[in-house]
Design a protein around this ligand. Structure first.
Ligand SMILES: [Zn+2]
Length: 76
């Protein structure tokens, strides 16, 4: 059964779908299809562990989005 990991771009909020068979264990950059933002993500065992803007590290958003497979924009 194919699972889709659904992330929300932290720049524009666009839903980004990733195939779990490819991204079940992944750490690195993905690109938002909508706004082109680079997102630095870490996925382990099919769960999103962290997400941060690809060009910035160590911001609070990485902690705020550290739990669960679905990320939400702050205040959204
Ligand atoms: Zn985006």
């Amino acid at each position: 059964m194919l699972s889709i990991l659904r992330l929300n771009c932290i720049s524009c909020g666009h839903s980004v779908n990733l195939h779990e068979d490819v991204y079940a264990d992944y750490e690195g950059l993905i690109k938002c299809d909508a706004c082109g933002e680079l997102l630095n993500i870490k996925i382990q065992e099919g769960k999103l562990r962290s997400m941060a803007p690809g060009l910035v590290t160590g911001i609070s958003a990485a902690k705020a989005l550290s739990a669960g497979a679905t990320a939400h924009l702050p205040g959204n």
